[in-house]
Design a protein around this ligand. Structure first.
Ligand code: SAM
Length: 447
């Protein structure tokens, strides 16, 4: 059946099911899986259904599996994704159950599953009738109740025994939209709040982070005053800390080591306009183009260069840097609320592999730190292997390296965990940030 002949709403469901299939069965990121829907008028709805389904996939899948008289893995991927996406709509959307079932049956036709319409109808009707008992059974287990993979629940329970339940719950909430106001060039939080208020947008300043504003309701960046001219950017408060931790001063050479898509490069340039040199490096050519367009929007300049920092030649012809931001590639387990696909895509064995890459890049960057310099190591991970354990083993292997203190001028985010090595922000704490880890490193000899 042609999608155009489907009932209104069923074609939206078809597009969402295709995206869920691509993530759950083909390993695509949700951004890549949703690319096909970018030009659609209903793209916001497709996105919301897809991300909502991925957020709760690991709770919905075992519930639906109990209604199917064969191993769920025997179902064709689009059929399985359709049942789980429709179950999401029944459980988590405000639509009437009958309508959700009806749309799913129609969507089955749109997906070329004409022969399965009776099956879809029967399974979903049972789901509607039995869902309270189904969830009571699957929710007995924290893994299903929190809709996270088993290995991750074990890892955070071990790392953060006091915080892990709040962390898992926070990962399932809709993330706040946080703005960073460019405080150079005469911008201020108070005046930007007035501009938002004039457009009927409720928002509030975040007390502990200069320049940060939380919008009451998320909005497209295109409707934000001054976004196109670079007066404001979207950046989680936890991510905004990185630039403040660099403690930038005029005349310094700065390396933004893993820079793409350039969120922090832009912040660095806004924060201190008298830097001598800013090099934004990244291994990924395609993502580096995003750095260039970020800088164009912000009307700022930096050197943008491709370089694989696991390789010795990456910085061979570069001078030493006074400040290095190493926002390392990581498991991204601190940003699950923004990218619920991570729950399905990340594997336990990825963590050790990530930690190995981080170790190489950290060694390479640290060898390019000038005397009296400061290197900020950052990840958006909540796993110690990529964070405190990584830094402790780096310090043990590099006696010339030492931890530097949190800058005096910078407020510690409420609820931040001050570890023996570094500071950990966890989702679910009072600051309301994504999960981040920061450690500031310097050379022992220059203290
Ligand atoms: C956490 S993201 C950086 C986000 C960025 N700092 C921002 O604020 O917009 C990590 C980046 O590391 C890059 N990366 C991964 N492996 C790398 C390597 N070997 N050398 C340099 N960059 C690498 C990835 O392409 C990715 O863009």
């Amino acid at each position: 059946m042609n999608e155009a002949t489907l009932a209104p709403g069923a074609d939206t469901l078809v597009a969402a099911v295709k995206a869920v299939t691509a993530v759950a069965h083909e390993g695509l990121s949700s951004d890549d899986a949703l690319a096909h829907a970018e030009a659609r008028k209903d793209r916001a709805a497709v996105r919301a259904i897809t991300l909502g389904t991925l957020r709760w996939y690991l709770r919905l899948a075992p519930s639906v599996a109990r209604l199917v008289n064969r191993p769920a893995t025997d179902l064709a991927p689009p059929l399985r994704a359709l049942l789980i996406t429709a179950a999401h709509q029944i459980e988590y959307s405000r639509g009437a159950y009958e309508v959700s079932v009806h749309l799913a049956v129609d969507a089955a036709r749109g997906l070329g599953l004409e022969r399965a319409t009776g099956f879809v109808n029967a399974v979903l009707r049972r789901f509607v009738r039995e869902r309270i008992d189904l969830f009571a059974a699957v929710d007995a287990d924290l893994v299903a109740r929190s809709a996270h993979p088993d290995w991750f629940v074990r890892a955070v329970a071990q790392a953060w025994p006091l915080q892990h339940e709040e962390l898992l719950a926070a990962n399932n909430l809709h993330p706040p939209m946080i703005l960073r106001v460019d405080l150079s060039r005469g911008g201020s939080v108070a005046s930007y709040l007035r501009e938002l208020a004039a457009e009927g947008r409720a928002a509030q300043a975040i007390e502990w982070m200069p320049g940060a504003i939380e919008l009451e309701h998320s909005a497209s960046v295109n409707v934000l005053p001054g976004f196109r001219e670079g007066r404001v950017s979207v950046q989680d408060t936890g991510a905004q800390l990185a630039t403040h931790l660099l403690d930038l001063k005029p005349g310094q050479r700065v390396l933004d080591a893993c820079a793409a898509p350039g969120g922090k490069t832009g912040h660095i340039l806004e924060y201190e306009s008298e830097l001598k040199d800013v090099l934004a490096m990244d291994a990924d050519e395609r993502r580096l183009m995003m750095v260039s367009s970020t800088l164009t929007r912000l009307n700022r300049e930096a050197r943008v260069r491709r370089g694989d920092l696991t390789r010795s030649e990456a910085l061979a012809d570069e001078p030493l840097f006074d400040r290095i931001l190493l926002d390392a590639p990581c498991s991204s387990t601190g940003v699950i609320r923004r990218h619920p696909d991570i729950k399905l895509l990340r594997r336990e064995e990825d963590i050790a592999a990530m930690a190995g890459i981080q170790r190489y890049i950290l060694e390479r960057c640290f060898s390019h730190l000038a005397p009296r310099g400061r290197l900020v190591y950052a990840t958006c991970s909540v796993l110690p292997e990529e964070n405190e354990t990584q830094i402790q083993s780096f310090l043990a292997n590099n006696p010339e390296a030492c931890l530097l203190p949190w800058p005096d001028h910078l407020v510690m985010p409420p609820g931040a965990l001050q570890l023996k090595a570094g500071v950990q922000l966890l989702p679910g704490t009072i600051a309301g940030t994504d999960g981040f880890y920061y450690a500031c490193l310097g050379l022992e000899s220059s203290l």
